[in-house]
Ligand binder design. Structure first.
Ligand SMILES: [Cu+2]
Length: 172
């Protein structure tokens, strides 16, 4: 084994190694969404209003939707055909509902949810204001499919074999 063989082998390994990791698998994304002061907040009452929740396609968004206000709201999410009433609650005794949303690549994009109580989220369709938030479904940076990885490994091994042979031939 000469040193060229080692060098070519190492270069090939470096080229191929980042491609061997498979695509990110679907995850459960748990989020607490709080209705408070006629705004949506993620995690706590004091978190910023009009939040954006980001998931990857294939993820299941497991929402716990709380109402801390002493009057009713709704959790209304047209893109995912969800429309659930939220009875009055309080900070110490919130009303809680559970909403699971499973995404796919066909959901890629930014989708608005809101509260349908008149005056809480004025506007129409995806451009309401006030008691609104968004779910951003984004595909992570593309990775080669597992089948393509195998092709790359074979190609890299072929490059090594051909290089080694060429070096040997030159020595003779
Ligand atoms: Cu409301």
């Amino acid at each position: 084994m000469n040193r060229w063989m080692v060098i070519v082998g190492l270069v090939a390994a470096l080229l191929v190694s980042p491609m061997i990791a498979g695509p990110a698998s679907a995850a459960d994304v748990s989020v607490t969404l709080i209705a408070f002061n006629v705004n949506w907040h993620v995690g706590s009452e004091t978190a910023a209003a009009t939040p954006t929740i980001t998931v990857s396609p294939g993820d299941t968004l497991r929402l716990q939707v709380h109402n801390h206000d002493a009057f009713g709201h709704t959790f209304t999410f047209p893109h995912f055909t969800v429309n659930q009433p939220l009875a009055a609650g309080s900070s110490t005794n919130p009303t809680v509902i559970f909403v699971n949303i499973t995404t796919s690549t066909s959901d890629n994009g930014r989708w608005q949810f809101y509260c349908s109580i008149p005056g809480h989220a004025p506007g129409t369709n995806e451009s309401r204001t006030g008691m609104v938030g968004w779910v951003q479904v984004s595909t992570p940076a593309p990775r080669p499919t597992p089948g393509f990885d195998v092709v790359l490994v074979i190609a890299a091994l072929a490059v090594v074999a051909v290089s080694v042979r060429a070096l040997h031939r030159r020595k003779k």
